[in-house]
Design a protein around this ligand. Structure first.
Ligand code: SF4
Length: 504
């Protein structure tokens, strides 16, 4: 065992392929080097935000997770009481469908590992007391709150809202839909930093064998042939940033978590080891593109012209990086995958976000779509004087206790009714945020595109998984299992944990 293992340590290892036994050996050696053994309820959280043939590089590959689970078994000396995998994939899609599409189910069955779909289990309240928090409590799925040994297994990807999605950003998947959308706006980085108080992982292993460049749901594959492991979340993310040439101080959720004492992000304070040096890892990542592109630029040269003004709380930012503008970028990329004619079919249209003050250059017949509660504009569209007022609600009015799940079929009905019956020059879509799913549905409706939810086999799988999820909730309610269980756990209290370590 390394005597420095308590110091935040990041191990960078070469890995040729998605061979399960190779991954198992590398990860077992990483656990040994960090002096870690799983114990009690051991929960592994992958990133399964989107899965299936069209989303091959968006998620933690099944071979990777299998290798990590086997390595955890190798290191268990009989004290693990439950070995489980838990996730909430991209909202509206049932997580059970993502497990299926990512080929996790046969693997979990073979290894006799329990599977949790986080939107189907009780949600537990975690109190927050730290200065600068967005709210006084958060909800998280019960298996997360009860984990004795938490293993974070993200995918190494760029992200259009938060620059990167490594270890800390993977925590967006430890909330169910209702709670995940709260504060998923221009304060998203602060939300991610607040989520760190729920739990800190004892062990992190990121799938960087084939990383994802440029976007998060439909990333471009970028072979790096790396497995990176660590025992401290900010230190881990800082090294991942360093590999792609990003200063971790410039990634707000990483910098904020470090400032709050979760761990260092300056490289001299981190032990970096492994069979690939940081310099060599940087060479492998040369040219890796992150996804931070403003929406106006993103749509240049397409049928869509985008305009963005600042969101509310202007002292924080002049652009909503965590909400509606980024969601439309992901939405159009999904539609391009499902409908090759997407760009050709799309009529000229204009999308407007935030408090936009400039002109909108819409010609007769071109629709103007104001997206989000904070959209605000006054001016002429053709000869018509138009005034759009902000309907943004202060975040203090959004109580997570009363957050409701927005059903996808209800969303489909509401978006298609609204857009289908809109005859004028403009239309307003409300929400904060207007999610990727809603913006997919809006563009489908406006552009006459193929609806991914009705795409052949996808539709059958979706409906099967959706109704199974709903049936589970109904059964739980009938049995008296609380879907939302109130009351604090031990997790949200106390000071941040620096470094890892359970049993040595
Ligand atoms: S409505 Fe959309 S753009 Fe406005 S603050 Fe909310 S998430 Fe951001």
């Amino acid at each position: 065992m390394d005597p420095n293992a308590e110091r935040p340590t990041v191990i960078i290892r070469h890995c040729d392929s998605y061979d399960v036994e190779t991954i198992r050996r590398i990860v077992r050696e990483g656990l040994e080097e960090l002096g870690l053994r799983p114990t009690g309820k051991t929960l592994l959280k992958p990133n399964l935000v989107a899965a299936g043939d069209l989303f091959e590089h968006a998620h933690t590959r099944v071979e990777f997770t299998e290798g990590v689970l086997l390595a955890l078994r190798d290191r268990d000396q009989g004290s693990v009481t439950e070995l489980a995998v838990g996730e909430r994939c991209g909202i509206t899609v049932p997580t059970r469908m993502s497990y299926e599409a990512a080929h996790y189910n046969p693997m979990l069955k073979k290894l006799d590992v329990r599977r949790y779909c986080f939107e189907e289990v009780p949600q537990v309240e975690i109190p927050l007391t730290h200065p600068g928090r967005l709210r006084d409590y958060l909800f998280t799925p019960e298996p997360v709150a009860q984990a004795d040994f938490f293993v974070n297994c993200p995918k190494f990807k760029a992200h259009p809202w938060t620059t990167v999605t490594f270890s800390m950003k993977n925590y967006i998947g430890i909330q169910d839909d209702r709670h995940r959308l709260i504060d998923h706006d221009h304060r998203l980085n602060e939300k991610i930093a607040d989520l760190q108080y729920i739990v800190q992982p004892q062990f992190i292993a990121i799938d960087a064998i084939i990383a994802g460049e440029g976007r998060m749901l439909t990333p471009i594959p970028f072979a790096m042939n790396l497995i990176i492991m660590g025992n401290n979340q900010p230190a881990f993310d800082a090294v991942c940033c360093a590999i792609i040439g990003v200063d971790p101080h410039d990634v707000d959720h990483i910098a904020l978590a470090s400032k709050r004492g979760f761990g260092p992000i300056d490289l001299p304070a981190i032990t970096i080891k492994g069979d690939v040096s940081l310099d060599d890892a940087r060479k492998r990542a040369h040219g890796f593109q992150v996804g931070l592109i403003r929406v106006e630029k993103y749509f240049e040269g397409t049928a869509i012209t985008a305009y963005a003004g600042p969101p509310p709380e202007g002292e924080k930012t002049d652009y909503c990086w965590g909400g509606c503008p980024g969601a439309i970028e992901e939405a159009i990329e999904i539609l391009r995958l499902f409908d090759k004619e997407c760009d050709a079919k799309m009529p000229r249209m204009h999308v407007v976000f935030g408090n936009y003050k400039g002109d909108i250059d819409a010609r007769p017949g071109e629709k103007v779509v104001f997206i989000g509660d904070c959209a605000e504009w006054k001016g002429k569209i053709g000869n018509e004087l138009v005034q759009i007022r902000s309907v943004y609600k202060d975040r203090a009015t959004k109580d997570p206790h009363h957050a409701k799940h927005d059903d996808i079929f209800a969303k489909m009905l509401s978006v298609s009714t609204k857009l289908g019956t809109s005859r004028g020059s403009h239309v307003r879509i409300e929400g904060c945020p207007v999610s990727v799913a809603e913006q997919v549905l809006a563009l489908v409706s406006l552009g006459g595109l193929k609806n991914p939810y009705f795409d052949g086999k996808n539709m059958l799988d979706f409906n099967r998984a959706y109704f199974a999820w709903r049936a589970t909730q109904v059964t739980q309610r009938m049995r008296g299992v609380p879907y939302q269980k109130l009351g604090p756990t031990q997790r949200g209290e106390g000071m941040p944990v620096i470094g890892g370590g359970s049993e040595k």
